[in-house]
Design a protein around this ligand. Structure first.
Ligand SMILES: Nc1ncnc2c1ncn2[C@@H]1O[C@H](COP(=O)(O)OP(=O)(O)OP(=O)(O)O)[C@@H](O)[C@H]1O
Ligand SMILES: [Mg+2]
Length: 378
């Protein structure tokens, strides 16, 4: 066990690192943040911020030596530097877990090899997508293997014209081609597995994406008890099979036939778990700290049904590509059972996650309506 008072090192300095740092500090840990480009949202609240490239082995080594346990909030950390600091302090989740989850091809191959239900897909190794598309059929979606997030590096293919355009865009890039899923719902399960082997699954969230970016998370998800049970069971089985220590977020599709298919895995706190800061007995950030430090995991009961809404840079007032004013926070701040969370980012950009807010109500439909109304008033 790594008790309170010790130092947690976080690789990555975005909003996930910031909220992780805040949770760790509440438990009495010291927090160091490593982020290439400073000043960063996590660094602003940490005991120490180090700015150096992820492949700066010397800087990473000095950083690791000053920490008692290491974790990350960002998937695209190169594996080689992580191998170089292995042994200086425990790193959770292990580098092997990150290696699988940071690349779609490896992640999907791992799901397939371990018989977890997933979307039909084929690999397009040399960027030649036509044969892979012939295997999965249309409509489908082409996704780059590396560095995708918020729908970046993805294209849906239905017509011949789409295919032609995609063939040019993705030429030479490693991709996967996935069958398009007519889902009835998108849900996610966030499971914590501690270094002692204890596991706990957060209540299932229902996720609504707009232009491939998470817009609303609704908890509890409006799905049937068997779907909830299936999602929870899958999440625990995945966490145990991959051997994660920390959080594993599992994004899933619920098909119109009621089948649950795994879409993506993320070995870290997840946007769809932000509701837990206000709506759950233990937040996902506190749970991650507990898991990597080997503390008993916290209770995950829902305090009150909660809707989380992402606040993107689009909510700022724009004129001719320039920001001319902030969103009006007044309505959220004045609303009962609503909470505003901003990440301290100074430069809003369209599509950039700047913050989120939550709305709670005993009735989830009421919470959703109020959340939609408050979003309109930003
Ligand atoms: N095969 C599919 N069928 C239908 N919709 C899909 C499919 N793949 C992706 N989508 C839609 O696009 C969204 C983003 O896709 P995905 O989760 O694969 O990408 P990402 O860019 O890695 O996103 P994230 O920000 O979650 O990391 C999904 O949540 C879903 O709404
Ligand atoms: Mg996703």
């Amino acid at each position: 066990m790594i008790p309170p008072g010790k130092t947690l090192g976080i690789l990555g300095g975005g909003q996930l690192g910031r909220m992780l740092a805040q949770a760790a500090q509440s438990l009495g840990y010291r927090v160091h943040v490593f982020e290439p480009a400073g000043p960063c949202p996590a660094g602003a609240v940490a005991d120490k911020e180090v700015n150096a490239a992820y492949d700066d082995i010397a800087a990473l080594t000095t950083f690791a030596r000053a920490c008692d346990v290491l974790t990350y909030e960002f998937e695209n950390i190169p594996s080689a530097p992580l191998a170089a600091i292995a042994g200086l302090a425990p790193l959770y989740p292990r580098a092997e877990v990150l290696h699988i989850c940071q690349n779609r091809q490896r992640e999907k191959a791992w799901l397939r090899a371990n018989n977890f239900p997933h979307v039909r897909y084929a690999e397009a190794l040399d960027g030649d997508i036509a044969p892979a598309i012939a295997v999965v059929g249309r409509p489908c979606v082409v996704k780059t293997a590396d560095f995708g997030y918020d729908g970046k590096g993805q294209m849906k293919i239905a017509s011949d014209a789409d295919l032609e355009q995609a063939a040019a865009i993705f030429r030479g890039r490693r991709c996967v081609v996935e069958r398009w899923v007519d889902f009835s719902r998108e849900i996610s399960a966030i499971v914590a597995r501690s270094s002692t082997g204890e596991t706990k699954v957060f209540p299932i969230a229902e996720n609504i994406h707009t232009r491939h970016i998470l817009d609303f998370s609704i908890v509890p998800a409006r799905v049937s008890p068997p779907v909830t049970h299936e999602a929870e069971t899958l999440a625990v089985a995945l966490a145990e099979k991959i051997g994660v220590v920390g959080l594993l977020a599992v994004e899933m599709f619920v098909t119109t036939g009621g089948e649950v298919l795994v879409n993506e895995l993320a070995p870290r706190p997840h946007n769809s778990g932000h509701w837990s800061l206000d709506g759950c007995e233990t937040s996902q950030f506190e749970q991650h700290v507990r898991a990597v430090c080997g503390l008993p995991l916290g209770e995950v009961t829902v305090r009150e049904p909660t809707v989380m809404v992402n606040i993107l840079g689009d909510a700022w007032r724009w004129q001719e590509g320039r920001v001319i004013g902030d969103p009006s926070w007044g309505a959220i701040l004045a609303a009962p059972r609503a909470k505003l969370h901003l990440y301290g980012k100074t430069e809003p950009r369209p599509g950039r996650k700047m913050g989120h807010f939550t709305v709670r109500d005993a009735d989830i439909a009421t919470a959703l309506t109020r959340a939609q109304e408050l979003k309109q008033k930003l």
